[in-house]
Design a protein around this ligand. Structure first.
Ligand SMILES: NC(=O)C1=CN([C@@H]2O[C@H](COP(=O)(O)OP(=O)(O)OC[C@H]3O[C@@H](n4cnc5c(N)ncnc54)[C@H](O)[C@@H]3O)[C@@H](O)[C@H]2O)C=CC1
Ligand SMILES: O=C(O)[C@@H]1CCC=N1
Length: 263
């Protein structure tokens, strides 16, 4: 008997999607995970009772591909051989055309770029259709991914840039969190207190940003008193080239996604 949805690759991103879908109310019996690592299969089976955990693809109505980019072509072929007629890939760089070639038929392909805040239902995913994917296929992908956060539709040519901004973006934010906490310790606070202050500041600032009618420049101006502490701190960030560092980081990640797709 086929499952409704098979996840191929139960690593960090695959687990984020699986955990998010279950938290959003998906029945475990609808889901299966194909994972090549035996140790990982044991972990997943323990953590997600009721989800079928297998070593290679089983028959499924639809398949989410979450292996590393260099494993996607083989995973597409195995999934199609097992009977899948609809594929959704989250791999960085790998194009719909490459997956369609590996599928070798009329399989509908949707390419997506999610991010790990999907683990807590606060992800953002951009999706783009392959050449034979229609509205129903996009709606199917949206139904899966909207369980773990916001979903936006983009052109496939935009997906490498999306990878640079929001796919990799959580790592940049975590780096800021570490740095802000380290700075608190440098200024004499305990690590626990510095973590609480840094993490809650990131959370609160993000919530303010998405809920406010003002954009980031206005919100930053509201924190910055004339001749005050924030202006003094911001001057150092600008002097260190933080803004430029973010521009370069996103461009490097975007370029790397392109390279992964052409490897
Ligand atoms: N980690 C992240 O923040 C994000 C990752 N992605 C994409 O998600 C994909 C997975 O990335 P991660 O989860 O970080 O990597 P990972 O290495 O944690 O997970 C990959 C998993 O796939 C398994 N695997 C490999 N070949 C397989 C096969 N043929 N059949 C079944 N399982 C197989 C591996 O054993 C591993 O558990 C990548 O393509 C990446 O570009 C996309 C957005 C964000
Ligand atoms: O680092 C990577 O290649 C993956 C894709 C986006 C986030 N993590």
């Amino acid at each position: 008997m086929s499952v409704r949805l098979l996840l191929v690759g139960g690593g960090r991103m695959g687990e984020a999607l699986l955990g998010g879908m279950l938290a959003a109310g998906r029945e475990p019996s609808e889901l299966a995970v194909a994972e090549v690592s035996g140790a990982r299969r044991t972990e997943l089976a323990d953590r997600y009772p009721g989800v079928q955990v297998v070593a290679s693809p089983v028959a499924a109505e639809g398949v989410v591909l979450a292996t590393k980019p260099d494993g996607i072509a083989a995973a597409v072929t195995a999934s199609v051989q097992a009977g899948a007629s609809r594929l959704l890939s989250v791999a960085a760089g790998i194009t719909c055309a490459a997956m369609e070639a590996a599928a070798g038929g009329s399989t509908a392909v949707v390419r997506a770029m999610p991010n790990t805040p999907a683990l807590v239902g606060a992800g953002v995913t951009a999706i783009a259709p392959g050449s034979t994917a229609g509205e129903e296929d996009l709606a199917w992908a949206e139904e899966i991914l909207s369980a773990v956060g916001v979903v936006v539709r983009v052109k496939e040519t935009q997906l490498d840039a999306v990878t640079g901004v929001s796919g990799s973006g959580p790592a940049y934010v975590f780096l800021v969190a570490e740095a802000l906490s380290d700075a608190g310790v440098l200024a004499g606070l305990t690590r626990d207190l510095a973590n609480t202050l840094a993490f809650q500041t990131l959370l609160g600032s993000s919530q303010l940003l998405v809920q406010s009618a003002d954009g980031p420049a206005e919100l930053r101006a509201a924190v910055t008193s004339p001749g005050g502490t924030t202006a003094a701190g911001t001057r150092e960030l600008e002097r260190a080239g933080v803004r430029s560092a973010f521009l370069e980081a996103v461009m490097a990640a975007t370029e790397r996604a392109r390279e992964l797709g052409s490897a």
